[in-house]
Write a protein that binds this ligand. Structure first.
Ligand code: RM4
Ligand code: MN
Ligand code: MN
Length: 426
């Protein structure tokens, strides 16, 4: 299903006057506080978030999975879904492939399909947390950290294969997330597991093309419940440093123990020029992978405040690879992703409103009350007209979710694909 520019323009027409009024009111308010609205809108327009190839079907838990009609059954259909998201939002201009769940069969055709949907290939993700039928060795007791060199070699080779696949598509980065760890005390020698992981990662690193980056993701627990080899940002940072200049840490919002100060982690990594990738989702208890901003929108804003500060001040840190890493158990995946995209752009826009200069002055005067006022002034501003304006400027819809329902996209997808398709992924 392809959405035409005319359809989108026609849809926007209905609410354009209301939108313009809302936008102008906000613009006038922001001018009074010396904010450059055009500049902010342009920044929102430029913000592109990759959609993972494994998040377009219904997700599940270990207790079950409730499928969704019209799920994409092939990589081609997944790209078509992201094409729809991108046409409506203009902020989902990339796909992040998970290998081996989504290995292209015809590279030329896949590249053309992606290009015709204005989609680029972002980081490729390796998978050494599941055994594949073609694997000789098992990852039951770890992959890059395994005590057996045969298992480690297989996992290293898989990552090299993933790099080669990504390279053919124009990807420029590899994300490594390891499930490696132990379920019971005494099961692993921590030092040996870490040493093995470091040497395996170094091996993969030397096999990356020179213009590639490696992102090392961390996570405190799950699927291992006692210890995880790359459990936190410190371990990821240490490993990235050991690998070299083009290795970075990756922050996934759900990969922290409850109440961790993620904004401070972001700030530290950016100061050290080592924050490379970012996975968005939200959670209440663990790696829940639910809709961005659905549980802790203020925390998301504080994180964005540090991201914006870092993007403006830390030239030592590269441009970040943004991705939504969420799972959709009971919502239409495309609607859920649009809600996440909206939450991301709202938090970004709010963070762009923070008066950095005033905040610094207030900090220098130890005016704690004023510091909080400055942050909350930005957070409490309804920035939705800025986000809508950015979308309209770049050819998207004023309200993607409304448009999606108005155009009855899910109904069309079910008609095209059937009710019982199944997407690859978790
Ligand atoms: C992990 C992690 C990775 C993702 C897998 C599917 O928990 O977040 O980024 O690739 O899930
Ligand atoms: Mn992740
Ligand atoms: Mn995760």
């Amino acid at each position: 299903m392809i959405l035409s520019t005319e359809q989108i323009k026609e849809f926007n027409k209905n609410s354009l006057t209301d939108h313009q009024n809302e936008f102008e009111t906000l613009q006038n308010k922001l001018i009074k506080s010396e904010k450059n609205t055009q500049d902010i809108v342009k920044k929102i327009e430029d913000f592109q978030v990759a959609i993972p190839s494994w998040a377009l079907g219904a997700g599940g838990t270990r207790f079950g999975r409730f499928s969704y009609g019209g799920e994409p059954a092939s990589l081609e259909q997944k790209i078509a879904d992201i094409g729809i998201l991108n046409a409506l939002t203009r902020s989902a201009g990339a796909i992040s492939l998970h290998i081996p769940w989504d290995i292209p069969s015809d590279y030329k055709a896949i590249k053309e399909l992606a290009a015709s949907n204005d989609i680029t290939f972002d980081a490729v993700n390796s998978n050494t947390f599941q055994d594949q039928p073609s694997n000789k060795e098992s990852y039951k007791f770890g992959s890059l950290s395994n005590i057996s060199s045969a298992v480690r070699d297989q996992a290293i080779q898989h990552n090299i294969d993933v790099i080669n696949i990504g390279n053919k598509l124009g990807s420029k980065s590899l994300t490594v997330w390891l499930a490696d760890g132990s379920i019971f005390p005494g099961q692993n020698n921590f030092q040996l597991a870490l040493q093995n992981t470091e040497s395996s990662l170094k091996n993969i690193y030397t096999n990356m093309p020179l213009d590639w980056k490696m992102f090392i993701e961390y996570k405190p627990y799950e699927p291992n419940f006692y210890s995880t080899v790359i459990q936190d940002w410190g371990t990821s940072f240490m490993l990235a440093n050991a690998c070299g200049d083009r290795a970075y840490s990756l922050v996934d919002l759900g990969h922290h123990l409850p109440n961790t100060n993620i904004e401070q982690i972001v700030s530290t990594l950016m100061l050290k020029g080592k924050l490379g990738g970012f996975h968005f989702n939200d959670s209440k208890y663990g790696d829940d992978d639910i809709t961005v901003g659905s549980i802790k929108p203020y925390a998301l804003f504080l994180i964005f405040n540090e991201l914006v500060y870092g993007m403006q001040n830390n030239t030592q840190n590269p441009d970040l690879a943004w991705m939504i890493d969420a799972s959709h158990n009971i919502k239409d995946p495309l609607e859920d992703i649009m809600q996440s995209l909206e939450a991301i752009l709202i938090a970004y826009a709010q963070a762009l409103l923070v008066d950095q200069k005033k905040l610094k002055d207030a900090q220098m005067n130890n005016d704690v009350v004023l510091c909080q006022e400055i942050l909350q002034e930005a957070y409490r501003t309804d920035v939705r007209p800025l986000v809508a304006q950015a979308r309209i400027n770049s050819g998207g819809t004023k309200n993607p979710l409304q448009a999606y329902r108005k155009f009855e996209i899910r109904k069309t997808l079910i008609k095209e694909r059937g009710t019982h398709t199944l997407a690859t992924g978790l």
